[in-house]
Write a protein that binds this ligand. Sequence first.
Ligand code: SF4
Length: 150
Amino acid sequence: MVAVTDQPVILVSACLLGVECNHRGLASPSAAVAALAASARLIAVCPEVAGGLPTPRPAAEIQGDGRICTAGGADVTDFYARGAAHAVALAQATGATRAVLKARSPSCGCHQVYDGAFSRTLRDGEGVTASALRAARVQVISEEDLAERH
Ligand code: SF4
């Protein structure tokens, strides 16, 4: 049997592993992500919670100027930045070179995010944690990329 410490380490959005931590207080469990546990050490992280935001919390979107705001106009950029820094530190501390992150989140999205107008309109781009992890040389994919491989 392979010792747990010999397995590759993958950082995973906590909501994909069933943690009810999204802004509505719900999870987004993914069977494809859970199946990775057979061959890798999965490290769950919710950057928004780690950054100090409550659950549930108001939805927020990345604005054109890069700030992250709620529909009510509250600027929560610092919380998101703190969560991204935590995720990078966790990846470095655990030796994670890959991450599977929740699609379209302003933190975890790695291909598209909402456009900042709270109209459910997507644009190409990535969330702050996905961006920070990629800059730290962590390979980032979404749960949808993973599901397509199976
Ligand atoms: S910040 Fe990431 S891990 Fe946390 S609820 Fe949102 S998508 Fe899931």
